[in-house]
Design a binder for this molecule. Structure first.
Ligand code: NAP
Length: 226
C-alpha cells in the first residue's frame, strides 16, 4: 500500500521503517522537509536525530504533510497530540478524504509539568476531535497505548501475549488497520467500538506513564486476560 506517516519523532520513524520493511511504499510527512532533514539533535524521547535516521532509511521519501498525505492510500497520524489538528489541517482535508487515518497520537498536556494531563478527556478524545474535523476521513485509533518499539515488534514483550485496541466508525477501515497490526505481529486485537471508545484508549496513558515510572522501562504492554 501507499502509506504516509505524518510525524518525524520516534513513533513516525519506527512506524515508517517497519512499514517499509514490510514492503509498503512509505513517505514520511513533516512541516518543512528541509528543516527536518537538517536536524542533527536527538529526538525528544532520546531517539536518533532525524538526519541520522534518514541516512539509514534513504528509500523513505520526506515530504510536507500535504504532499505525503496526497500520495497515500493510508495516512498515519504520528504527530504530537497538541499539534495533530494543526498537522492534519496542513495535510489538507482533500488529501484525507475517504482514506484510512490511523491515529496514534495522545493528547498529553505538559503545561503543568510531569506527569502530563490529558486534554481533551472523559467526555471527548483526540480521536473524536480528528474525526469531527475531518468527517470524510476514516479514523481508526490504535497503538497509542504502548511505546513505539512495541507497536512494531510486539513479540519483544512476553512473546507478543498482550493486547492492542481499535476504535473507529468504519468497519472496513478497522479491517485494513487490523491487517497492518497482524503484519507487525499483534495477535490480541480488541475492537472497542466506535470512535468515542478512543476516550478509553487515551485514558490508559496516565496509567501507562506510572507503570513506566515504576518499572523504569517503556518496553512493556497491557494484557486483557479473559
Ligand atoms: P512527538 O515529538 O510527540 O511529535 C513529533 C511530530 O509532531 C513531528 O513530526 C512534528 O512536526 C509534529 N508537530 C509537533 N507540533 C506540531 C504542530 N504544532 N503542528 C504540526 N505538527 C507538529 O513525537 P513522538 O514521540 O514520535 O510521538 C508522536 C505521537 O505518538 C504523539 O502524539 C505521542 O503522544 C504518541 N505516542 C508516542 C509514543 C512513543 O513511544 N513516543 C507511544 C504512544 C503514542 P515536524 O516533523 O515538522 O517537527
Amino acid at each position: 500500500m501507499k502509506i504516509a506517516v505524518l510525524g518525524t519523532g520516534s513513533v513516525g520513524q519506527t512506524i515508517a521503517a517497519a512499514l517499509a520493511a514490510l514492503g509498503h511504499d512509505v513517505v514520511i510527512g513533516t512541516r518543512d522537509p528541509r528543516t527536518t532533514l537538517a536536524r542533527t539533535e536527538p529526538g525528544a524521547m532520546g531517539g536518533a536525530p532525524f538526519a541520522v535516521w534518514h541516512a539509514g532509511h534513504a528509500g523513505i521519501d520526506v515530504a510536507t504533510f500535504a504532499d505525503a498525505a496526497g500520495r497515500a492510500d493510508v495516512v498515519v497520524n504520528a504527530t504530537n497530540g497538541g499539534g495533530s489538528l494543526e498537522a492534519l489541517t496542513a495535510a489538507g482535508a482533500e488529501n484525507l478524504s475517504g482514506k484510512v487515518l490511523l491515529d496514534i497520537a495522545n493528547p498529553l498536556d505538559f503545561s503543568q509539568g510531569f506527569p502530563p494531563s490529558l486534554s481533551p478527556v472523559n467526555t471527548d478524545s483526540l480521536g473524536e476531535q480528528i474525526q469531527r474535523a475531518f468527517p470524510e476521513a476514516r479514523v481508526v485509533k490504535t497503538l497509542n497505548t504502548m511505546t513505539a518499539s512495541v507497536m512494531v515488534d510486539p513479540v519483544s514483550v512476553a512473546g507478543g501475549d498482550h493486547s492492542v485496541f481499535l476504535s473507529g466508525n468504519d468497519a472496513d477501515a478497522k479491517g485494513i488497520v487490523s491487517g497492518l497490526l497482524k503484519d507487525f505481529g499483534h495477535r490480541d486485537i480488541i475492537d472497542l467500538g466506535d470512535i468515542t471508545t478512543a476516550r478509553g484508549a487515551e485514558m490508559i496513558l496516565p496509567l501507562w506513564l506510572r507503570v513506566w515510572g515504576a518499572l523504569g522501562t517503556g518496553t512493556f504492554n497491557f494484557k486483557v486476560a479473559r
